[in-house]
Design a protein around this ligand. Structure first.
Ligand code: NDP
Length: 248
C-alpha cells in the first residue's frame, strides 16, 4: 500500500473531490484527519466509512480560512494522530459573476477562503514538517487559475494565487525534504454538475479534447501520486487534470 501508516490532513472532505481523495488515500492505508465547517450528519457518515475501511479517521469542524482555527486544528490532529505526513488543501468555494457586477464582498470572500486557507494551513503544518524533515503538501488549484474564465475573476485570482504561493513554499521547503505541488482539475463531475442540464453539459464537453468531464477519482489518483513516496524528486509542479483542455 502506498500510504501505509501515514497521516494525511484533507480539508473539505465531506463531499466532492475531497471525499474522493480521502477514500483513495484510505484504500492505501492512510490515516485521515479531515474537516469541513460543521460537524454534521455527513461528516459523521464519512468518518465512519473511513474507519470501516480499516484506517484511523476523524472529522473536525474547522473554517480553514481562519488562522487561529487552522492552528488549533493542526494541534488537535497532532494530539489525536501523533504525526502529519501529508496536507491536501482542497477546501474551496465559488461565487461567480461578471466583473461588472462583482462586489467587493464576493471578491474578498472567494479569495479569503480559497487562497487564505492554503496560507493558514501551510503555516500551521510547516513547523512540524520542518522538524520531521519530510512532508508532502498537495494544493488543489484549477485550470481556471491558469487560463482564466468568464464570470470567475475572483475564483481565477484565488487559484492563480495558490500556484504562486505553492511554488514559493516549494523553494523555501525543498532543502527540508518537504514537497509542495499543485493539482489543477478542469471540469469534474460532482454532485453539483449532476444538476446541469444535459444540453449544457454537452456544450461544455464538446470543448474538451477527451469529450467528457473528469471524475473525482481521476483527481484523487493524481493527488495520491504526488502525496506518496513514488515521486520524491517532484516539487513545485502544476499538474492539470483536464482531458487536454487547450489553454491549461
Ligand atoms: P465541494 O463544494 O463539493 O466541496 C467543498 C468542501 O470544502 C466541502 O466539504 C465543504 O464543506 C468544504 N469547505 C468549504 N469551505 C470551507 C471552509 N472555509 N473551511 C473548511 N471546509 C470548507 O467542492 P468540489 O469537490 O467541487 O471542489 C473541491 C476543490 O476542487 C475546490 O478547491 C475547488 O475549487 C476545486 N476544483 C473543483 C472543480 C470541479 O469541477 N468540481 C474544478 C477545479 C477545481 P462545508 O461546506 O460543510 O464546509
Amino acid at each position: 500500500m502506498l500510504l501505509e501508516n501515514k497521516v494525511a490532513i484533507i480539508t473539505g472532505a465531506t463531499r466532492g473531490i475531497g471525499l474522493a481523495i480521502a477514500r483513495r488515500f484510505a484504500k492505501e492505508g492512510c490515516n485521515i484527519a479531515f474537516c469541513a465547517r460543521s460537524r454534521n450528519e455527513k461528516m459523521i457518515q464519512v468518518e465512519q466509512e473511513l474507519i470501516d475501511a480499516g484506517v484511523q479517521a476523524k472529522g473536525y469542524a474547522v473554517d480553514v480560512a481562519d488562522y487561529n482555527q487552522a492552528q488549533t486544528f493542526v494541534a488537535e490532529v497532532m494530539q489525536d494522530f501523533g504525526h502529519i505526513d501529508i496536507l491536501v488543501n482542497n477546501a474551496g468555494i465559488t461565487d461567480d459573476s461578471a466583473l461588472k457586477r462583482m462586489t467587493e464582498e464576493q471578491f474578498d470572500h472567494v479569495v479569503g477562503v480559497n487562497l487564505k486557507s492554503v496560507f493558514c494551513m501551510t503555516k500551521a503544518v510547516q513547523p512540524l514538517m520542518w522538524k520531521q524533515g519530510k512532508g508532502s503538501i498537495v494544493n488543489i488549484g484549477s485550470v481556471v487559475g491558469i487560463a482564466g474564465n468568464y464570470n470567475q475573476a475572483n475564483y481565477a485570482a484565488s487559484k492563480a494565487g495558490i500556484i504562486g504561493f505553492s511554488k514559493s513554499c516549494a523553494k523555501e521547503f525543498a532543502a527540508r525534504n518537504i514537497r509542495v505541488n499543485i493539482v489543477c482539475p478542469g471540469f469534474i463531475e460532482t454532485e453539483m454538475t449532476a444538476e446541469v442540464p444535459k444540453e449544457l453539459m454537452d456544450t461544455w464537453c464538446s470543448r474538451i479534447p477527451m469529450k467528457r468531464p473528469g471524475t473525482t477519482d481521476e483527481v484523487a489518483q493524481a493527488c495520491l501520486f504526488l502525496a506518496s513516496d513514488m515521486c520524491p524528486y517532484i516539487t513545485s509542479v502544476v499538474l492539470p487534470i483536464c482531458g487536454g483542455m487547450e489553454d491549461a
